[in-house]
Design a protein around this ligand. Structure first.
Ligand SMILES: [Cu+2]
Length: 699
């Protein structure tokens, strides 16, 4: 990193705008415009600046902690300077800058030129332009002509982040920021259907475009056999279409409505903590919701029944390395948050489509490439859902059942990353548990394959269509404050007791606990039932004297398969361990480093963990990795049924008993279920109103 202008540190003072804004409030439209104006003021007026992100520079924790404490106590809060973090290029150059703007003081505090080998995320305008450039290029047209496609065939271009391989040879250099476009056609027999699934008709021509010159720099021809052989494009055999849109299907006709009705509205309350920030309270939970261009949803200051649990929660990073070893597929490794951004890719969620029931939407304001505010309507939906039974017991002697439903609060955001979708949700329940759920869906990234061939690194999902195997590896950043800021991570393991006079039948087993003292990467061990817990050793449960804790339930996944010398491995610094524990440092937010596009590694959670810091009873950050090895199925095409992955945080010795005991019983007078006949016809009303309420309880 070279420094163009040295940063000027400024003292922390209250500014002119601070009384209007909360330090965690997402940047307002006015603040985005003001940030852009101040950055433009650094340069001659004819300079064309390409803004990549203009986002809140969150306050240092040392400043924010007393603010939040005062806020919770209802006392006057200290002034904290509002800052924005701005990433921009001088357009059509590699001159990447990151700047910190003091909005309170109306000045640019620091402005750094970054590089070499540091590249920023793409943006919506750039992607659209790259698509067009690929299709307008005469060389690309000449290659396409060799395919002798039917008259009127529509070509579709999917720009991909170029990736890194360390090659620096002429046109094959990865030193400069580039895009690799994969080309497809729409069904030539239905060319006017803009939503036709072009991924069923991949071409072997792949233009590479320079992000600086915005010109095609080379045209790759993709291997379509079982080896590295490249064949000259030849007349294309149009295969049958494979559409996902409903009008292309014969829809089943036996589905009856299932309406989620909340006649008295929802049980949550939502208020503004800033112009765009929201505080959510629901069933003893309270937290603040922010939204930014990179992470999308961010939760702050999560409390249950007034007890602090998490300072900050967000999806920090993801990596999707592909299995095909051949050029140019060997570079395919998407880091969708850092390369594009979960915020900027968020869907505009639609009532009655993406969430059911009584829905409250949150909208956001991000920035476009000109530095203008960009309205992002309905990027988060908040709603409740019934998730079956929460707990139940029947006393078989009396026949009396006690049962409660498991109501959940859901904050959901859906991102579209070109072909793929991720449905991302924080979920809270009445038993003090927090879940983070990812549903992977959308369309596989496909490539052409010759008929009659199969390969061990991918699945043929349609005639002539290969979907390569790939891993989805996510990193959830958890900044805990379990009953206070000083936490530790411990892991429990269950081991058989040795046979002895004490264990004469060889059946005993015991659970041991090991504290993690040093920052590093740690792994699950299912044979030992290894369970990681975030613990506050200074706060003891009055029932058993054990430290209060939250345990982490994360499903097993295969760690990154690319070898340790590969760029995929070096770049995805989080992808090699289930858990990373680091000491807290301001500005260490993204597990794969701040700039993932064509990154080279050396920054991210693996590097931070290598500091070997103390993480025992200190301010720590826990990075929870989870994912899937996606070996595509024919059933994943033309659109993939949701693959669900869920991480849970559950209280362990945190409460004095089941915290959901006070959930009102599940009764017919509340639930209003109806009897249904054997052929599914609804009958009005229904018996069983006293299913678990005893009229003459002795209590
Ligand atoms: Cu996948």
């Amino acid at each position: 990193m070279s420094v163009q202008n040295a940063p000027v540190p400024l003292p922390l003072v209250g500014g002119k705008n601070s009384s209007l804004q909360h330090p965690l409030g997402p940047l307002t439209a006015a603040e985005i415009s003001e940030s852009a104006r101040l950055i433009k003021g650094l340069w001659p007026s004819n300079t064309d600046i390409q803004f990549k992100s203009i986002t809140l520079r969150e306050p240092n924790k040392a400043d924010l902690t007393p603010f939040l404490a005062a806020e919770h106590a209802g006392q006057p809060t200290p002034n904290i300077e509002r800052r924005s973090f701005v990433v921009y290029y001088i357009r059509n150059t590699d001159k990447l800058h990151e700047a910190i703007v003091s909005l309170s003081l109306g000045k640019v505090e620091s402005n750094l030129r970054l590089g070499p080998n540091i590249h920023s995320n793409t943006d919506g305008e750039e992607i659209i332009r790259v698509e067009q450039i690929a299709l307008e290029d005469e060389g690309v047209k000449a290659e396409i002509a060799k395919l002798q496609l039917p008259e009127g065939t529509v070509i579709i271009s999917d720009p991909w982040i170029y990736g890194s391989d360390g090659v620096n040879e002429g046109l094959f250099t990865d030193e400069k920021r580039m895009f690799q476009c994969f080309l497809y056609i729409r069904d030539p027999n239905n060319s006017s259907e803009a939503d036709s699934n072009h991924y069923a008709m991949p071409l072997s021509i792949s233009p590479v475009i320079s992000a600086e010159t915005m010109k095609v720099t080379r045209i790759d021809i993709l291997p379509t056999g079982a080896d590295h052989t490249i064949k000259e494009p030849s007349p294309y055999k149009v295969q049958p279409p494979n559409e996902y849109i409903p009008e292309a299907q014969t829809l089943r006709t036996d589905l009856k409505p299932l309406n989620v009705v909340q006649p008295e509205g929802a049980s949550f309350q939502i208020s503004n903590f800033s112009e765009l920030g929201r505080t959510v309270t629901w069933q003893k939970w309270s937290f603040k919701v922010g939204f930014n261009i990179r992470e999308g949803m961010v939760l702050y200051d999560v409390h249950y029944a007034g007890r602090p649990l998490f300072y900050r929660l967000s999806l920090s990073d993801m990596s999707i390395p592909y299995a095909d070893p051949r050029h140019p597929f060997h570079k395919k490794a998407a880091f969708d948050l850092g390369d594009a951004g979960a915020g900027i890719m968020a869907n505009n969620l639609q009532l009655g489509c993406d969430c059911l029931g009584s829905i409250h939407y949150l909208s956001a304001v991000l920035n476009d490439d000109k530095g203008e505010p960009l309205d992002m309507p309905n990027v988060i939906c908040i709603h409740e859902q019934d998730n079956g039974i929460g707990w139940k017991h029947t006393n078989y002697r009396t026949g009396r059942a006690a049962v409660v439903r498991n109501r959940e609060l859901v904050l959901q955001s859906i991102i579209t990353v070109s072909n793929y979708e991720y449905i991302l949700a924080f979920q809270f329940n009445q038993a003090g548990e927090v879940m983070y759920e990812v549903r992977a869906t959308g369309i596989l990234s496909t490539q052409p394959i010759d008929e009659g061939i199969s390969v061990p690194w991918g699945t043929v999902v349609h005639p002539g269509v290969l979907a390569s195997h790939h891993q989805h590896i996510f990193s959830l950043r958890v900044d805990p404050m379990i009953d206070g800021p000083a936490n530790r991570v411990v892991f429990d393991e269950a081991h058989p007791m040795p046979r002895s006079d004490f264990n004469p039948h060889g059946v005993g087993y015991s659970v041991s606990q090991t504290p993690i003292t040093t920052s590093g990467g740690y792994d699950l061990d299912f044979d030992a039932n290894r369970t990681f817990k975030i613990q506050n050793a200074a706060v003891r449960n009055p029932v058993n004297g054990q430290p209060v804790a939250y345990k982490i339930h994360a499903p097993p996944f295969q760690k990154i398969l690319a070898d340790k010398d590969s760029f995929h491995f070096k770049r995805a610094e989080f992808a090699d361990h289930n858990i990373y524990v680091t000491s807290y440092k301001d500005d260490e937010l993204y597990a794969g480093g701040k700039y993932t596009n064509q990154s080279r590694g050396g920054t991210g959670v693996r590097s931070w963990a290598d500091r070997k810091d103390n993480v025992l009873d200190d301010d720590i950050v826990v990075w929870v990795q989870f994912g899937i090895n996606h070996v595509p199925r024919v059933e994943d095409f033309p659109v993939m049924p949701c693959e669900i992955i869920k991480v849970s945080f559950k209280p362990v010795n945190f409460f004095e008993k089941n915290p959901a005991l006070d959930v009102p019983p599940s009764v017919q007078s509340f639930n209003k279920s109806v009897l249904t006949s054997a052929n599914g016809e609804a009958a009005v009303g229904g018996a069983g109103g006293a299913c678990c309420v005893k009229e003459n309880s002795k209590l």
